[in-house]
Design a protein around this ligand. Structure first.
Ligand code: ATP
Length: 582
């Protein structure tokens, strides 16, 4: 049995943004959605080859022009050469524009696929993961990093691939049409500059990674503080939140400044290296014809552009490489509640039995929060969970809904260990109503169906009627709702899903008496004919439950049928009631 095998969240190790990532940590296998397919790839390769080859021919025409002019050739011939040069330049630009368009198109369609996959993957990850990562951080990961990757793919194709091809072309042409010795010097010179650039790249990686991490941290911080703006302001913590924001912004600025300093130093060094290279070429061309000297000068200037572009883009490449690393890491995060194989379906209809058998649980590597929890509910029975705040009631509820797996022990629903149950059937058959109801800026219909298509309105209207919201119009936009209305909406969602087991965290906020009655009625109706676990914040709510478990410090300290617990005046529950009534 898996009851004794603790399932630690493996995502702890692979959590994105925790460490600097280098090229070597790429998980190319996971990035295969970027591959456009063989057809478009061949087309792009052709376009890049043409874009590279056209400018290579231009210096040959210049040499011919200079040497022919020196030998006294006629104006017609020289005009023809000049027109050829012009034609080449126009064709070269056109090819470059076409290649850029093609590369951008392929890069964006590829990264859109990656974005979709990443969003789907992140949405499918469990609560253990989402508890540790803020929504802002996830947005930065799914959108910011992927956009950086798209930019990188375009730049990589146009600057790196085309640049390297151009360099090879220049060296080959010089070797073949000028002098093999000069070609060899050019090759050594390029290799030296290339080596320097690889070293510079290593220098720039950590600072770019750090800047990107600081960016993600700042986004996460902002998102969370803005979401909690009301609480922060009401409690006078706004000033502190702004100070922390300043600290994070300052750290980001420092990281960016460091990256800029590295980038500009590399750029300056490259400038000096190229000036030396040009001088060297001019020195070598002393014994050659004037046309060949011009040709060599043009080729030397030509190789400067791809190198400079590479250096200029270095920081962007680093940003994208760091982003790619983090995307790979995110895709590598596995659910701590894995899909079983083979998976069994929970019973398709009717109320479901519930058993918790010696269940222990800890959040990640934290201290255990549940120990030896054992509960048995027959189909249709209701359990009330009571206990102090932080005692572990919500954690029990999360285990019942399989938002987490126990570290030891077993949770069985309808006689089936939840670790062996098909996730879709768990979501279908086990409903959860939390206090933290998410109300979307959308129509009542979308808020009810959670944006899923639903045939016909009858069931939707029925669900609203069950909770006394008959006066709500399905197509009306839902504005601000009260805590009570939000709770009613959550109950209506549960009615629509029609689960066999419901886990209900009763609203602890004060409701007006009329709304409280509607919520009470809704809860009673929802629990009728279903098995239920109710986290009761008001003892009055417990009048409707069959069993009661008193939770304290992660353990069940009293458990039994409600009437038995009431009959024992020395028991915890009876004393709790007496304490409230006194
Ligand atoms: N996502 C989480 N990650 C880490 N620890 C958590 C998490 N959620 C709850 N805990 C811890 O687990 C313990 C039990 O919390 P739980 O929310 O289950 O208590 P509770 O009885 O439901 O409290 P309340 O009535 O206030 O909701 C607490 O010590 C809490 O700090």
């Amino acid at each position: 049995m898996s009851a004794s095998s603790p399932s630690r969240p493996s995502s702890r190790r692979a959590a994105p943004g925790r460490h600097a990532l280098g090229f070597h940590r790429f998980r190319f296998r996971r990035l295969r959605s970027l591959w456009p397919g063989p057809g478009p790839a061949v087309l792009l390769a052709l376009a890049i080859a043409v874009t590279t080859a056209l400018p290579l021919a231009a210096p040959q025409l210049t040499r011919r022009f200079v040497d022919d002019a020196a030998a006294g050739a006629g104006t017609d011939r020289l005009t023809l050469i000049a027109l050829g040069y012009l034609g080449l330049a126009v064709a070269g630009q056109a090819a470059r524009i076409l290649t850029a368009w093609l590369a951008a198109r392929l890069a964006w369609t590829g990264t859109d696929r990656l974005r979709e996959r990443l969003a789907g993957h992140a949405l499918g990850l469990d609560m253990a993961f989402h508890g540790r990562h803020t929504p802002g951080e996830m947005i930065e990961r799914v959108d910011g990093d992927v956009a950086a990757v798209a930019g990188f793919v375009v730049a990589f194709l146009l600057d790196v691939v085309a640049g390297v091809l151009l360099l090879c072309g220049v060296i080959a042409v010089v070797t073949a049409t000028v002098d093999p010795g000069v070609g060899a010097v050019l090759l050594a010179y390029c290799a030296l500059i290339g080596l320097g650039m690889v070293r510079a790249q290593r220098l720039a990686v950590p600072s770019a990674t750090r800047a990107r991490e600081m960016n993600a941290a700042l986004s996460g911080y902002l998102e969370e503080r803005l979401a909690g703006a009301e609480d922060l302001r009401a409690n006078g913590a706004g000033e502190h939140a702004v100070r922390r924001f300043h600290q994070l912004s300052a750290a980001l600025w420092r990281a960016e400044r460091h990256g800029d300093a590295v980038g500009s130093s590399v750029l300056a060094a490259t400038g000096v290296a190229f000036a030396a290279g040009t001088a060297l070429m001019l020195a070598l061309s002393g014994t050659l014809s004037a046309g060949t000297a011009v040709l060599l000068l043009q080729y030397t200037l030509m190789i400067r552009t791809p190198f400079e572009r590479l250096v200029n883009q270095l920081r962007h490449y680093q940003t994208a490489l760091a982003g790619l690393g983090r995307i790979g890491d995110l895709l590598a995060v596995r659910n701590t509640v894995p899909e079983p194989s083979p998976a069994a379906e929970l019973p398709g209809a009717g109320p479901l039995s519930l058993e918790l058998d010696a269940v222990d649980f800890a959040y990640g590597d934290d201290e255990p929060v549940l120990a030896g929890v054992t509960i048995r509910l027959a189909p249709g029975e209701t359990l009330g969970l009571v206990g102090r705040t932080g005692s572990g009631k919500s954690t029990i509820a999360r285990l019942v809904a399989r938002l987490y797996d126990p570290t030891a022990g077993t949770v069985r629903v309808g006689g089936l260990d939840l670790r062996e149950a098909d996730t879709a059937s768990v979501r279908r058959r086990i409903g959860m109503v939390t206090q933290d109801v998410q109300v979307f800026t959308a129509t009542v219909r979308d808020n009810l169906t959670l944006f899923r298509p639903y045939p016909g309105d009858d069931r939707l209207l029925e669900a609203l009627a069950e909770v006394g919201l008959d006066d709500w119009d399905l197509d009306a936009e839902l504005g601000t709702v009260s805590a009570g209305e939000a709770q009613l909406l959550a109950l209506a969602r549960a009615f629509l899903a029609d689960p066999g087991l419901v886990v209900l965290d009763e609203a602890s906020s004060r409701l007006d008496p009329a709304t409280e009655r509607r919520v009470d009625l809704g809860i009673t109706r929802l629990l009728t004919g279903r098995t239920g676990v109710l986290i009761a914040h008001r003892l009055a709510s417990l009048s409707r439950v069959d069993q009661i478990a008193v939770v304290s410090d992660g353990k069940i300290i009293e458990y039994g049928r409600r009437e038995d617990l009431l009959a024992d005046p020395a028991g915890h529950f009876a004393r709790m009631l007496a304490g409230v009534r006194r």
